[in-house]
Write a protein that binds this ligand. Structure first.
Ligand code: MG
Length: 270
């Protein structure tokens, strides 16, 4: 606890100094936006509360399957669509290494990580998917990992004993970041009873490209689906929520990003 308090203090002291004084030396301290991810990465790796939330998500998913009407359970071709990263696979070692090396996210280092096929499973993920498979529910992995990463990811899924770990159940990104067409392809043949993800875009295209207020509205509109048809996993490190904070501008400097983040904070109304 003491260690984390110290880390937080250092981070925010650096932020404050940067906003008041733009000298190159102080900007260097925040040169990597990854540094801002220190606490969220540690939360994923070290907070038992993170594990508890993951178990909670998969326990909820199990209850939803068990509560399915008999008529539905007897149907053929039932399926679950799940995302992979930070839903089934834990990529926090890659994020941690970027912070240690003072680097921002970049595809070559991501690819080096996925080539290792070494991601561990999100707590509860393997047990849940194996349970669903025993109930004759097919599992489809729809991921925005590149199609170049199918082979290494397949090895990773097989190492973890995940069900339906074969290329016919892995729909990775070729040129369309939206998962909608891949979801529709599964839905042509299967009755999808559940979608799992750490990102709103894993569930439906109504969430895509929306600003923060509209993401809230769409989330409220779907409130009856959360914990039932939609099972969401926690990810404080990255995701579409972060892109929305940057207004989907992908070429901002670290300093511009930090200024935007600070301006987004909502303090006590005066
Ligand atoms: Mg994900």
């Amino acid at each position: 606890m003491k260690k984390y308090f110290l880390v937080t203090t250092i981070c925010f002291a650096a932020l404050a100094a940067s906003s008041q004084n733009q000298s190159p030396k102080q900007t260097v301290a925040l040169n990597s936006i990854e540094e801002l991810k220190l606490l969220s990465t540690l939360w994923q790796q070290d907070a038992a509360e993170y594990r508890a939330l993951c178990y909670q998500a998969f326990n909820t998913a199990t209850m939803h399957i068990d509560a399915m009407p008999k008529k539905m359970r007897k149907k053929q071709h039932l399926a679950i669509i799940t995302d992979l990263d930070e839903t089934i696979l834990d990529n926090s070692p890659n994020e941690a290494q970027l912070i240690k090396d003072g680097k921002s996210w970049n595809y070559p280092s991501w690819k080096q990580w996925t080539d290792l096929s070494a991601a561990t499973a999100v707590p509860g993920a393997v047990e849940f998917l194996q349970y669903a498979k025993r109930k004759d529910i097919n599992i489809f992995y729809i991921s925005n990992r590149s199609v170049n990463e199918v082979a290494s990811t397949l090895i990773n899924l097989q190492k973890l004993n995940l069900p339906d770990a074969d290329t016919s159940h892995m729909l990775f990104m070729s040129n369309d970041a939206s998962k909608e067409s891949r979801r529709q392809a599964v839905m042509k043949t299967y009755t999808v009873i559940m979608l799992m993800g750490d990102n709103l875009n894993d569930f439906a295209n109504v969430f895509e490209g929306k600003n923060i207020a509209d993401r809230f509205t769409e989330t409220d509109n779907a409130k009856d689906d959360w914990g039932k048809k939609f099972i969401v996993l926690p990810n404080t490190t990255y995701g579409e929520w972060e892109n929305a904070l940057y207004n989907y501008k992908f070429n901002l400097t670290p300093e511009q990003k930090i200024n935007l983040l600070r301006s987004s904070l909502q303090g006590i109304p005066q």
